[in-house]
Structure formats: structure tokens, C-alpha cells
Design a protein around this ligand. Structure first.
Ligand SMILES: C[S@@+](CC[C@H](N)C(=O)[O-])C[C@H]1O[C@@H](n2cnc3c(N)ncnc32)[C@H](O)[C@@H]1O
Ligand code: SF4
Length: 452
């Protein structure tokens, strides 16, 4: 196994989309093409399955030095109100385009730190959204909270607005690790928000942990997981630390590459975590995620309804996902588009009445086929050849997979390709064999984190 890890631990995408962002068309997408595909997707799917909204709330009070998310650090809470106003204006632009009233099946508030915002402003945001939309029969509303900055009032307000699911960033409980990543939070603080969420009636609580952080050891991970399991979250995201300091502005400073666990040590931390989750009744879902069998994510996996998008794994899929807020990515199934990455540029476009995208990608027919295969592999660990690849492309994919086949990590038959249990940790490498955009345009510089 050690040799396999060395062999397959290469820079590679996490496949939260296909094509992955660095391989979107350099020319981008024309504004009218984006709007056309959104309308097409909406007309095809609003009645039957509704739409999803991802709302990016980028502010955080303090910088965690491991963080790769799009965030803006400030303690000035005056930023809240104008930002909410801009979000609602952006929503108006989409509602004008869609004409019919959208039926919302899913809302996710991501960040940054959504609980940076006061209860009153969160209420304004969600009520503002529903002025121009209805809830779909099934409605799933979730948000990310920072344990140090989430009050009982915020938990109650979001519950009253319809949320039953939340997730908290934990990362690691070890004081040495916490100091290095500039994120000090105690078990008591996490227990407080966890217990309050249960008391209020949330039915799915998720904790985010990361392995591969500076100074982590087997012992520190055992302790972090022991604390996590004591609170019995319904889901656990056990992310591999993505070290991407070359992406400008992510702020990965304050520790050195030498402080990070090496490849094999890192993989050992993953294996250890996985075993401890299994021992405590959790089941692995896709890549990086564990859930109790009672949780909707696990049920979605069982019924092969798991989906993957820019937020990671989700239990439901809609053809149209609109991303509101700075840096948000939207998906009309036929195209992707990303909003302006700074609050200033984002606000300016919205104030000028423009849907504030700055880049995107219109999928070709081949992209759409590859997209289905990669989604199947990432979510179900198998895909069927009958999804329209031409014979030459299929033969080339199998050729690229030959080493992985010889290593006993996948099985290829007449009808399908299946990732074996031993191959699960290499699923990103399997997807890379399908990734025609990556193969045709090998990046000249490092753009991805390591696959393992
Ligand atoms: C937007 S943040 C979480 C919400 C909230 N701001 C918090 O920190 O509690 C989403 C999650 O992404 C994960 N994350 C951020 N940067 C990462 C990195 N470089 N590698 C792996 N996971 C990362 C963390 O686990 C984090 O909790
Ligand atoms: S981990 Fe969360 S709180 Fe920390 S900087 Fe990133 S988004 Fe902000």
C-alpha cells in the first residue's frame, strides 16, 4: 500500500465539477449564453425538481492560516447590511430572468462564516429570497457555522427559517495544531453549539475535520476523533489538508511545509481516522465524508442518489444551482459561471443591473458525457460504458487506466468500471483518466493539491 500511495499521490483535481475550474474555456462564457442556459435549465426542471441556491457569506473575524476558502477578514459588522442588500438585488436579477416563481429545494449558506451575520440580517436575507420564490415540497436548508461565533439566537433564528441541518468547522482539537493554524477553539465551545443545535431540533449536524495539518500526530488525531465521536455528529467531513499557498490571498502562512505530516504519515492519519469512524458506527460516503446510517447523505448513497457539486457531496440534485454572492459558482448543468471574486467588483456589477459573473464555461457534448462518468465515479464508485463515449476515446481511457487495473484497484468489464474498496482512496486518479481537458492541456504550473 505504501508504494501505491507514493505512486498515485500526484497533483490532481477534487472533481467538484467537470471540467474543473482551471480548464474552463479561456475565452469564458458570453453573458447571454450564461443567461440562456440558466433559463433553459430552469424551464426544464423547476416544476419537477425545483432549484438549489448557494449563498456565499464571505466575512470572518479572524484568519485561520490553513484556509483555502474565499473569505474576507474584518471585525466591522457594518459590512453585513450592504452585502445582504446586494445579494437580494442579485437574486432579483435572476428572478427577472426566470420569469416564473422559482421553487427552492435546497439553500446552503457557505462561507467565510455565515454566522458572522446577525440573526436579524440572516432573517432579512432568507425572507427576502422567499419574497420572490416558493419552497419545493421537500426543502433542505443548511449552513456553516463557526463554533466560536454562533449564538443560541442565531441557531434558533435559522431553525425558525426552516433550517434542520448545520455544519461546524472543528478542524482539530490539539492546542499545538490550533496555534499553528491560528484557530483556537475549545471542546466546550463546540459542545455548546452542538448541544444547543440538538435541543433546538436540528436533525443533521456535521463536523469538519482536517488531516494533514501542521504538527498533527497519530495521538493528536486520536484525541480529536475521540472528542468528535463523543458529540455524535450525524456527518463528519474528514478533509485532506489542501496545501495551496500559491493561490494568491489564501493566507497559508505561519507554518512551513516541513511542519506538515509527510505523504505516508498523512495517509496513515486518514486510515486511522477512517477505522475509528467505522468502529463507532459511521459509514464512508464517497470521498472524505462519513455519516451515520440514519443520515440523509448515507441514505442517498444507498439509493445511488448522491450528488457532488462545489460544496462537496449532497443528498439531492437539481439541474439548476444558482450561486449568489462574491466568488460563488453557479451550475446550469449545461454551463458553469463564477461571480466576481471581490466584494467591490461583485457589488459594482450588481448595482449596474448585471448578473455579476466574470468567467464560466459552456459544456460541449463531450464535456457533458465525461461529466456524467466523473460524477458516477465520485458518487457511486462505478460508471457504465453505455454513457456515450466513442470507441477510440473508451480504448484510450482503458489504456490510461491499465496501471490502476494491474494494481488491482479497479475492475473493468464489458459494461462498466468499478472502483474496488482498496481503490477508493485513488478515485481521483481514476477520474483523471477520463479527464480529457486535463490530458489535452497539461498545466505548466502547479494548480492542484495532491490527490492523497
Ligand atoms: C468555509 S469553511 C467553514 C465554516 C466556518 N468558516 C468555520 O471555519 O467554522 C468550510 C470548511 O472547509 C475546510 N477547509 C478550508 N480550507 C481547507 C484546506 N486548505 N484544506 C482542507 N479543508 C479546508 C474546513 O474544514 C472548513 O471547516
Ligand atoms: S476556516 Fe472558516 S473562519 Fe477560518 S478563515 Fe476559513 S472560512 Fe474563515
Amino acid at each position: 500500500m505504501k508504494n501505491l500511495i507514493q505512486k498515485y499521490n500526484i497533483p490532481g483535481p477534487r472533481y467538484t465539477s467537470y471540467p474543473t475550474v482551471p480548464f474552463w474555456d479561456k475565452e469564458g462564457i458570453a453573458q447571454q449564453d450564461w443567461e440562456r442556459t440558466v433559463k433553459k435549465s430552469f424551464d426544464e426542471s423547476n416544476e419537477a425538481e425545483g432549484i438549489s441556491l448557494y449563498i456565499h457569506l464571505p466575512f470572518c473575524e479572524s484568519l485561520c492560516t490553513f484556509c483555502a476558502c474565499h473569505k474576507k477578514i474584518t471585525k466591522r459588522h457594518e459590512v453585513e447590511q450592504p452585502y445582504i442588500e446586494t445579494l437580494l438585488k442579485e437574486w432579483d436579477l435572476y428572478c427577472d430572468l426566470l420569469v416564473e416563481r422559482p421553487k427552492i429545494r435546497e439553500i446552503h449558506l457557505g462561507g467565510g462564516t455565515p454566522t458572522f451575520f446577525s440573526s436579524e440580517n440572516l432573517k432579512k436575507l432568507i425572507n427576502g429570497i422567499f419574497k420572490r420564490a416558493d419552497k419545493f415540497e421537500t426543502f433542505d436548508f443548511s449552513y456553516e457555522g463557526h463554533p466560536n461565533h454562533t449564538s443560541k439566537e442565531q441557531l434558533q433564528t435559522l431553525f425558525d427559517l426552516g433550517s434542520r441541518r448545520n455544519s461546524f468547522g472543528i478542524q482539530d482539537y490539539d492546542p499545538v495544531v490550533q496555534k499553528a493554524i491560528h484557530r483556537v477553539q475549545s471542546f466546550e465551545q463546540v459542545k455548546r453549539v452542538n448541544d444547543l443545535s440538538r435541543e433546538i431540533g436540528y436533525t443533521s449536524i456535521s463536523h469538519d475535520l482536517i488531516f494533514g495539518l501542521p504538527f498533527q500526530t497519530e495521538e493528536s488525531i486520536r484525541n480529536t476523533i475521540k472528542n468528535t465521536i463523543a458529540l455524535k455528529p450525524d456527518r463528519i467531513a474528514y478533509y485532506s489538508y489542501a496545501h495551496v499557498p500559491w493561490i494568491k490571498g489564501v493566507g497559508q502562512r505561519g507554518f512551513d511545509e516541513n511542519d506538515l505530516p509527510k505523504d505516508n504519515e498523512k495517509r496513515h492519519l486518514y486510515e486511522l481516522g477512517k477505522q475509528l469512524f467505522f468502529d463507532n458506527g459511521y459509514v464512508e460516503v464517497g470521498m472524505d465524508h462519513f455519516a451515520l446510517p440514519t443520515d440523509s447523505l448515507h441514505k442517498a448513497m444507498e439509493s445511488k442518489k448522491l450528488h457532488r457539486n462545489f460544496m462537496g457531496y449532497t443528498a439531492g440534485k437539481t439541474e439548476l444551482m444558482i450561486g449568489l454572492g462574491m466568488s460563488s459558482i453557479s451550475d446550469s448543468w449545461y454551463a458553469f459561471a463564477q461571480n466576481e471574486k471581490t466584494v467591490e467588483a461583485y457589488t459594482e456589477k450588481v448595482n449596474n443591473g448585471i448578473i455579476p459573473i466574470f468567467r464560466g464555461h459552456l459544456l460541449t457534448d463531450t464535456d457533458l458525457i465525461i461529466r456524467k462518468h466523473i460524477l458516477n465515479l465520485m458518487c457511486n464508485l462505478e460508471t457504465e460504458w453505455k454513457i456515450g463515449l466513442d470507441t477510440k476515446v473508451k480504448a484510450e481511457i482503458i489504456e490510461r487506466l491499465q496501471e490502476i487495473i494491474d494494481d488491482g484497484l479497479i475492475e473493468v468489464s464489458e459494461n462498466k468500471i468499478t472502483v474496488k474498496e482498496e481503490g477508493r482512496m485513488f478515485v481521483r486518479n481514476v477520474c483523471m483518466a477520463f479527464d480529457l481537458r486535463l490530458i489535452d492541456n497539461k498545466p505548466g504550473t502547479r494548480v492542484f493539491s495532491m490527490t492523497i
